[in-house]
Design a protein around this ligand. Structure first.
Ligand code: ADP
Length: 173
């Protein structure tokens, strides 16, 4: 029997509950789901690829058929290497559509066999993005309803530094 493999690429900087919602939906549809965290030297990430992978691995533990990997270069080359042609993307709102449409078109041009499958998250996650999470975490707000516990801990470690420094500076004055 043919095994259907889907690849869900993204930055996952960090993984949010919105990403996890999409991963869960994909795992119900496909036999194998590879969550591929992008390594891109031209892009500035908050977390290194190994940190992003660790957060993802801890967050998807127990989900059937789901694995985590790092991906450099073109998505279509990664798909071909994995013998896969199903590409998962999440669609939050109309605002995602323009960019996602562009990506799906270029990927189809580069690899005609590819099928981009768009999944819609639970409406709770419609306004959730990694960047909004980082913005509020930087100011010390609670993010446990927005990201899974491993990402929550990593954000606390990353941004606690800044706040601790500020309080040390205050004490000195
Ligand atoms: P990229 O840099 O590739 O956009 P992201 O990690 O931001 O990486 O997102 C990866 C994919 O997950 C994209 O298809 C994006 O639209 C989708 N996504 C991001 N946040 C959410 C969310 N809250 N709900 C559903 N899909 C999401």
């Amino acid at each position: 029997m043919m095994q259907r493999t889907a690849v869900y690429p993204g930055s996952f900087d960090p993984v949010t509950r919105g990403h996890l919602d999409i991963i869960q939906r994909a795992s119900r549809l496909f036999d194998r789901v590879i969550v591929a965290a992008a390594e891109n030297p031209a892009k500035q990430f908050t977390f290194s690829v190994s940190e992003r992978l660790r957060m993802l691995e801890q967050s998807v533990r127990g989900l059937p058929g789901v694995e985590v990997d790092a991906m450099g270069g073109l998505i279509v080359d990664y798909l071909k290497a994995k013998n896969a042609y199903i590409l998962i993307r999440g669609l939050r709102a109309v605002s995602d559509l323009d960019y996602e449409f562009q990506m799906a078109s270029i990927n189809r041009r580069l690899y005609p066999k590819v099928e981009t499958v768009f999944l819609m998250p639970d409406e709770r996650y419609t306004y959730l993005s990694s960047s909004i999470v980082k913005t509020v975490a930087r100011f010390g707000a609670q993010v446990d309803e927005l990201v899974p516990p491993p990402a929550c801990r990593a954000l606390a470690r990353r941004f606690r530094g800044g706040r601790a420094e500020n309080s040390r500076a205050r004490r000195k004055r």
